[in-house]
Design a protein around this ligand. Structure first.
Ligand code: ATP
Length: 199
C-alpha cells in the first residue's frame, strides 16, 4: 500500500459522482478521506453523463450541482467543481484529472472511488493514465477488493465508516412518499421538497 505523502505538496482530493441526490454517505467518505490523507481540499464533481450508467431519469445537472453546493456549504475544506457539467457530454475521469492538473500544477491528486467501482475500473477510458496521473484511493471493505489485473501498488486502499444509504434508496423512498429527512443534509432535503424532485 502506498503511504500518504508526508511532505508539503498540496494534496487535493477529487470525488466524482452523479450525486442524484448527494447524501450523508458521500459526506462521511469525503470528510474521512480528507482527514486521513491530510488533503488541502476535496472537490465534489457532479458528472454530466455517466460513462456506463444509462438511467434516463437523472435530474437536471443544475439541480444536482445546486444540491451538492448546499450540502457542502458548512465544510471549509470542501468545494464543488462544475467542470464536468460545464464541459457537457460524457464525463470521463481522465479529462477531469487533466483539468485539475492544469489548474493545480503542483498538487498531488487523489481520486476517490468506492470499492464497488473497482471491478469495472479497467474499462474506464485511459485507466492506466488515471493511475499514473493521480493516486487512486479505493475506500471501504479493502480486504475484499478484487483488483482484476490492476497494479496493486498504484492503488491506495482506505477504510471509511460504512453507512447503508444510497441515492437510489432516497429516490425510491421519495417516490413512495416515505421519509428521507434524516438521510441527507437539511438544505438538500428542503431543496428537493421546494422543487418537487424525485416524486
Ligand atoms: P446511486 O444509488 O444512484 O447509484 P450513489 O448513492 O451510489 O448513487 P453516486 O453519486 O453514484 O451515489 O456516488 C458517488 C460515489 O459515492 C460512488 O463511488 C459510490 O460508491 C459512493 N457512495 C455512495 N453512497 C455511499 C455510501 N453510503 N457510503 C460510501 N460511499 C458511497
Amino acid at each position: 500500500m502506498n503511504k500518504p505523502d508526508s511532505d508539503n505538496w498540496h494534496k487535493i482530493g477529487l470525488f466524482g459522482g452523479t450525486f442524484d441526490p448527494i447524501h450523508h454517505g458521500h459526506l462521511i467518505v469525503a470528510e474521512w478521506l480528507q482527514h486521513e490523507l491530510q488533503l488541502k481540499k476535496v472537490f465534489f464533481i457532479p458528472n454530466y453523463i455517466h460513462p456506463f450508467r444509462k438511467r434516463s431519469d437523472i435530474v437536471q445537472p443544475e439541480h444536482r450541482l445546486k444540491m451538492t453546493r448546499l450540502a457542502i456549504r458548512n465544510f471549509d475544506d470542501f468545494e464543488v467543481s462544475d467542470f464536468e457539467i460545464r464541459k457537457g457530454g460524457v464525463s470521463y475521469t481522465i479529462d477531469t484529472i487533466e483539468h485539475f492538473k492544469e489548474r493545480f500544477p503542483n498538487a498531488r491528486i487523489y481520486y476517490f472511488i468506492g470499492v464497488d467501482n473497482l471491478s469495472e475500473f479497467h474499462k474506464w477510458r485511459r485507466y492506466r493514465d488515471i493511475l499514473n496521473e493521480a493516486q487512486l484511493v479505493v475506500y471501504n471493505r479493502p480486504e475484499n477488493a478484487p483488483t482484476v489485473d490492476l497494479p496493486r501498488d498504484k492503488i491506495m486502499f482506505l477504510k471509511t465508516p460504512l453507512i447503508e444509504i444510497s441515492s437510489t434508496m432516497i429516490r425510491e423512498r421519495l417516490k413512495q412518499n416515505k421519509p428521507v429527512k434524516s438521510l441527507l443534509p437539511a438544505p438538500v432535503y428542503d431543496y428537493i421538497c421546494e422543487h418537487g424532485l424525485y416524486r
